[in-house]
Design a protein around this ligand. Structure first.
Ligand SMILES: [Zn+2]
Length: 399
């Protein structure tokens, strides 16, 4: 499949907006969350019972429950159907790969995060879900006031919405759009226009040209405030008024930091994707990265990589992922000898070059990425596809 510029590809984009529901609408949302949770748990319990009795996998449809549980009729039927789809999907993933995806679990109210999803249907009378100047029209709730920071383009098609309540009690709506775009022309990979990146605990990343991304000071500051708040909470009596107040503050700050981090990640990835033609990074597993990488932005690095991959791909550029076990930090990027890279700065025993550890690692990542690229061009492998990470994490609703 040669990338001609006239070809189009189906793409999806999410716009996330804050909702300001009326008390009645908020009440309906709460009812919908509750019904979805109830339905999920009932379908899961019935699946388990049925499986024990017959050995076959079967999930009853939402319609089956409506006679015995008439309250289900009060909420958007679409949300219930989606709940059934989600559970079926969870089981499909589990059957396919039980180690990676565990058995679907029961939902508890105290888990804190509640959401429901509804698909848009376009009838001759018009779509069931659409946006207005300052709101979103939903099936049962009517027009819910919302604040938009971004607007969909004219030809985008609204596919579905997900309404959620955060632990701090705010309502958000993620609107998924299908937007057909022209496939960009493939940008060739050249050493001069390629950047190598290495994760850095202190600086977030180090680039092969010696630049370090310093996470903004305010992000580090709020992170310190969070740790301080946590220490204070550990000295309080759980359940006391002070404790509840501290929990409220903690949640707000936590949410604030997540927003700051997302903002930083989007801006950094945009800057790099526009400035370079290709980027090499390590193919670390995203789940490992979340736990292994500390620092003020530790969990943001996986998200950064996905955002960057998507932004490069949009411009016909490549994110080249190199083997996570490839030597990087300890190998001299000038002569290839191994050295002791336990210090921030180290001197190569063979050629005498003084290295900054993380920058040296970034240089090795770039060299390996370019070699991989030449190899795949040589063997005629398709350049696209295998290297691009999944894009789910880049969507703004993911936290
Ligand atoms: Zn050397």
């Amino acid at each position: 499949m040669a990338g001609k510029s006239t070809e189009t590809t189906a793409r999806y984009t999410t716009i996330k907006v804050r909702l300001y529901p009326t008390p009645e609408q908020a009440g309906l949302f709460e009812k919908t969350f509750g019904c979805c949770r109830w339905l999920w748990n009932r379908m899961l319990a019935d699946q388990q019972r049925f499986y024990l009795e017959t050995g076959a996998h079967f999930i009853p449809t939402p319609a089956k429950y409506k006679t015995a549980a008439p309250f289900l009729k009060e909420v958007d039927n679409q949300a219930l159907i989606q709940e059934h789809n989600r559970l079926s999907q969870a089981f499909r993933a589990f059957f396919k790969n039980p180690d990676a995806f565990g058995h679907p679990r029961f939902k508890r109210k105290k888990d804190g995060r509640d959401s429901f999803t509804a698909c848009n249907h376009v009838f001759s009378s018009g779509p069931t879900i659409y946006t207005t100047r300052d709101g979103i029209r939903m099936t049962k709730a009517g027009i819910v006031p919302a604040r938009f920071h971004r607007r969909p383009l004219g030809w985008w098609k609204l596919k579905r919405i997900t309404v959620e309540r955060t632990p701090t009690g705010k309502y958000f709506c993620s609107i998924l759009y299908a937007c057909e775009t022209r496939k960009p022309r493939q940008v060739p990979v050249t050493p001069e226009r390629t950047l190598g990146l290495q994760y850095s605990l202190k600086h977030f990343y180090a680039a092969d040209d010696g630049t370090l991304a310093d996470p903004p000071r305010w992000l580090v500051q709020s992170q310190n405030r969070l740790a301080e708040l946590q220490r204070r909470m550990s000295r309080m009596r759980p359940g006391s008024g002070n404790y509840r107040e501290a929990v409220r503050k903690y949640r707000l700050l936590h949410e604030h930091i997540a927003n700051q981090r997302r903002d930083f990640v989007h801006k950094e990835s945009r800057r790099i994707a526009n400035a370079w033609d290709a980027v090499c990074m390590r193919a670390d597993n995203l789940n490992d990265m979340k736990t292994a990488f500390g620092g003020p932005l530790g969990s943001g690095y996986g998200m950064f990589r996905e955002c960057l991959g998507r932004k490069l791909e949009d411009q016909g550029k490549r994110l080249i992922l190199v083997d996570r076990y490839a030597p990087s930090a300890r190998t001299c990027s000038v002569c290839g000898a191994a050295g002791d890279a336990s210090e921030q700065r180290w001197t190569c025993p063979a050629c005498g070059t003084v290295h900054r550890r993380e920058v040296n690692a970034a240089r090795n990542i770039k060299a390996q990425g370019l070699a991989q690229c030449r190899l795949s061009a040589f063997s005629g492998e398709a350049q696209r596809g295998a290297d691009s990470p999944s894009s789910s994490n880049c969507r703004p609703e993911h936290r």
